[in-house]
Design a protein around this ligand. Structure first.
Ligand code: BT5
Length: 252
C-alpha cells in the first residue's frame, strides 16, 4: 500500500515482484483469473521487458516497471486512446514531481530533450486493458547497451539525484486515475489538447514507417482520437493512426 495514495481504484492493490519476465505478462495471468480493475504489478527488474511489436524494453534495476489493469467497458475503437492518457499521466507526474522539462514524442514516448525516458505498452486481454509503463527513474545510464545510450536518458541523470519511487508512483497513479476518469466521461478532447501542448514532434519533419511503407511530411497536429495529422509534401493532410505505426523518426 502506498502511503497517502489519493485514488479510488488505481494502485489500491499493489503486487511487488523482485524479478519477472514482464509485468504485462503477470498482469495477463491475473486478468484471466478475474483480477479487479486498478491492480498494479511492479517489478524491480524484468528479464523479458517488451515494447511494441516485440521490441525489447531494457529493464535494469533502478527503473520503474509496472502494469496497471483496467476494465473500461468502452467500445473497441476507443481503447487505443488509453495509451495517450497514460503517456500524458507520466509526463504530468514527472514534470510535477521533478520540475524537469518533460515532453511527449508521438505516439507513445516520454522524452526529455530528444532522449527517451519512458514508454507505454498497452495490451487488451479478455475485455481488460493492461497499461505497461516503463520509466528510467533511478537507472544508471552506464548499464544500457551502447547502441541505446545516445537516445535515452534517466530522471536520475537529468536531476543529478535519486528520487523516491514510492512518492513518484503515488503522483503517477493519481494523475492516471484522474485522466482515466476524464476518458470515461468522454473528455478525450481535453486530453488531446494537453498532449498537443507537450508534444515535441509537432511542427517537425518526420519519417513514419508504416507496414505498407514510409510516409514523410510535417507533423501538423493531432486529431481527436490521438491520430497524427501529417502534412505531406503534396500539401495534403493524412491521418496516421498509432496502431499502424512501426517507427517515427524526427528528421528536422
Ligand atoms: C515502448 O515500446 O516504449 C514501451 C515500453 C513499455 C515497457 C513497460 S515496462 C512494464 C511493462 N512490461 C513490459 O514488458 N513492458 C511494459 P516501443 O515504443 O516499441 O519502444 C521500444 C524501443 O525503446 C526499443 O526498441 C529501444 O530502442 C528503446 N528502449 C528499450 N529500452 C529502453 C529503456 N529502458 N529506455 C528508453 N528506451 C528504451
Amino acid at each position: 500500500m502506498l502511503k497517502g495514495l489519493n485514488t479510488k481504484i488505481i494502485g489500491k492493490r499493489l503486487l511487488y515482484l523482485k524479478e519477472t519476465s514482464s509485468t504485462n505478462d503477470e498482469a495477463k495471468v491475473l486478468v484471466r483469473s478475474g483480477e479487479k480493475e486498478g491492480t498494479v504489478i511492479i517489478a524491480e527488474t524484468q528479464t523479458k521487458g517488451r515494447g511494441r511489436l516485440s521490441r525489447k524494453w531494457v529493464s535494469p534495476a533502478g527503473g520503474l516497471y509496472l502494469s496497471v489493469i483496467l476494465r473500461p467497458y468502452v467500445g473497441a475503437q476507443r481503447l487505443q486512446f488509453i495509451s495517450f492518457l497514460a503517456s500524458l499521466a507520466i509526463a504530468r507526474s514527472l514534470k510535477g514531481f521533478t520540475k524537469l522539462d518533460v515532453n511527449l514524442k508521438w505516439p507513445n514516448d516520454i522524452v526529455i530533450g530528444n532522449k527517451k525516458v519512458g514508454g507505454i505498452l498497452c495490451e487488451s486481454v479478455k475485455g481488460a486493458v493492461i497499461i505497461g509503463i516503463g520509466v528510467n527513474l533511478n537507472t544508471n545510464l552506464a548499464v544500457f547497451p551502447q547502441n541505446l545510450k545516445k537516445q535515452i536518458t534517466s530522471v536520475k541523470f537529468e536531476l543529478g539525484e535519486i528520487i523516491n519511487p514510492e512518492h513518484y508512483m503515488k503522483r503517477l497513479f493519481e494523475e492516471l486515475e484522474h485522466l482515466y476518469n476524464e476518458f470515461l466521461h468522454k473528455k478525450d478532447h481535453s486530453i488531446v489538447n494537453e498532449w498537443k501542448s507537450l508534444c515535441s514532434t509537432l511542427g517537425r519533419s518526420v519519417d513514419i514507417q508504416l507496414e505498407q511503407g514510409k510516409v514523410r511530411g510535417i507533423a501538423w497536429s493531432m486529431g481527436d482520437r490521438g491520430q497524427l495529422l501529417l502534412l505531406g509534401l503534396n500539401g495534403k493532410i493524412t491521418k496516421v493512426y498509432q496502431s499502424d505505426v512501426i517507427k517515427v523518426d524526427v528528421t528536422e
